[in-house]
Design a protein around this ligand. Structure first.
Ligand code: CA
Length: 249
């Protein structure tokens, strides 16, 4: 009996332990609910807020459109039967307009055709009503995890694009060949744009404990990296900070 039931507030779905899920540290996950049923909307808002999500609840297409124009959401939970339109058409409109937020359709339409249609117009997941709140939470977590992995595998700064999975680096769209050591070195900087990175910290990350602070190995690698990345010598990417390390501008 863990399907969602409006009449039974003693249902065990209310008693799950709170799980704190965040896309990035200190950034709460934002969820947009589009649901016209008052009690279900209230329940979803309460249940998701208790899991530390920041929740916005809208009751029709017009409110949902406005909400999405104002801010980015990490997950959208979309009902299909809405008073001023069809959620499927709203989703189609968003995808055509370039909104790529993950959308989970939560609908009483539960035939295979409905689900296929929903996924085809751009939904990332489809959960038919009645639903288990536990399953909804799991699916939300899965959608969030997927975003984290996509966000964290491509690093970008000043025209440099670094694909950590494909192991490629490009500058303004042109591929640059880096050795594995140069790649590791650039990765340290790409995670810390605008910061002055101390020599000891860089060496620890690249060579772990197998390095000698007095060696000029780092300078050798930095000079190789600069020659490959600083195409325009008038616009340096790295500044040497004497006695400290390197500043990735
Ligand atoms: Ca509805």
């Amino acid at each position: 009996m863990n399907h969602f039931q409006l009449a039974n507030t003693q249902d065990p779905i209310f008693s799950y332990v709170s799980v704190d899920v965040k896309v990035h540290a200190d950034t709460p996950v934002k969820i947009l609910i589009v649901e016209d049923q008052i009690r279900l909307g209230q329940f979803l808002k309460k249940s998701l807020s208790e899991r530390t999500y920041t929740v916005t609840w809208t009751r029709n297409c017009a409110e949902a459109r406005n909400a999405l124009c104002e801010t980015h959401y990490d997950v959208i939970i979309l009902d299909l039967g809405l008073p001023d339109g069809d959620g499927m058409l709203l989703l189609q409109e968003w995808r055509k307009g370039g909104f790529n937020e993950p959308v989970l359709i939560l609908s009483a339409r539960d035939t295979v055709e409905d689900r296929v249609k929903g996924l085809d117009v751009g939904a990332d997941d489809y959960l038919p009503k009645p639903f288990s709140m536990e399953e909804l939470h799991a699916r939300i977590r899965s959608l969030i995890r997927r975003q984290v992995s996509v966000k964290d595998t491509v690093l970008e700064h000043k025209g440099i694009k670094m694909d950590l999975i494909g192991r490629t680096v490009s500058i303004n769209g042109s591929l640059v060949e880096l050795t594995s050591r140069e790649f590791a070195l650039l990765e340290v900087f790409m995670y810390n744009p605008g910061r002055i990175m101390p020599r000891t910290l860089i060496c620890e990350k690249i060579w772990e404990s197998h390095y000698d602070v007095d060696t000029n190995l780092l300078d050798v690698y930095m000079s190789k990296l600069r020659s490959k990345l600083e195409i325009d010598t008038q616009k340096p990417l790295f500044k040497t900070v004497r006695g400290v390390g390197y500043h990735f501008i």
